[in-house]
Ligand binder design. Structure first.
Ligand code: BG6
Ligand code: MG
Length: 216
């Protein structure tokens, strides 16, 4: 395989934020009187802020109670809880092996993009000390969300590359689906039962290396 770009999901791949998203959503859900468990939080991985809120409101049979302005207020409230939690992030919160892998990609002139549903991606990429390594961050407000392929195709187009020249790295089912729909090779990090559509499944980001890419 002649790989020219690696397109990373952020939450759960570059850094671990799902506990922070969970705590922020749970704080809001509690206020609304909606029970919200960790199992239900799993369904929100890779999903946009708005779709996550709608799923939580569905759980509480409350979707019809809110108009667009009220939905916006609830999303802002959740995001404030979330930003307070990630405000302390530094390179200490980088997932294992990510920095070395990105550095090796850079050394071999392989492009690096971030395709995250999160509007906080630029903030976290700075906080984690990756700004000089990442060539492009897709603006998630300009493309349909995962599992649609657009966010990954946007990154490939930015580099003028064909999908088969790119690898996507994901930890969520919706993200794996998006990468496969984009026609890219997919490396998944996590549970093989959940991420079985991926081309290669690794237990940890620690196993990401140039040798892994060369062996494909
Ligand atoms: C994804 C996370 O990366 O970003 C989701 O997996 C999150 O849990 C989504 O809802 C949107 O994030 P944000 O920061 O824009 O609310
Ligand atoms: Mg993720």
């Amino acid at each position: 395989m002649n790989i020219k770009a690696v397109i990373f999901d952020m939450d759960g791949v570059i850094t671990e934020t799902s506990e922070m998203h969970y705590e922020a959503w749970r704080t809001l859900a509690e206020k609304l009187g909606i029970p919200f468990s960790k199992e239900e939080n799993e369904l929100l991985k890779g999903i946009s802020r708005r779709d996550s809120l709608l799923k939580i409101l569905e759980l509480g049979h409350q979707v019809d109670r809110y108009d667009e302005i009220a939905l916006d207020e609830l999303m802002t409230e959740k995001n404030c809880h979330y930003l307070t939690r990630i405000g302390q992030y530094t390179k200490e919160q980088l997932n294992p092996g990510i920095y070395d892998f990105m550095l090796a990609l850079k050394t071999h002139q392989i492009k690096i993009a971030v395709a995250s549903a999160s509007k906080s991606a630029p903030f976290l990429i700075d906080a984690l000390g990756l700004r000089d390594l990442v060539d492009y961050i897709v603006d998630p407000t300009t493309v349909p969300g995962k599992p649609e392929p657009d966010i990954f195709l946007n990154a490939a187009n930015y580099f003028n590359l064909k999908p088969h020249e790119c690898i996507g790295v994901e930890d969520a089912k919706a993200g794996v689906e998006a990468i496969k729909k984009a026609g890219m090779f997919c490396i998944a990090i996590g549970d093989a039962n959940i991420l079985k559509e991926a081309d290669l499944i690794l237990d940890s980001t620690e196993s990401l290396s140039l040798d892994t890419l060369k062996s494909l």
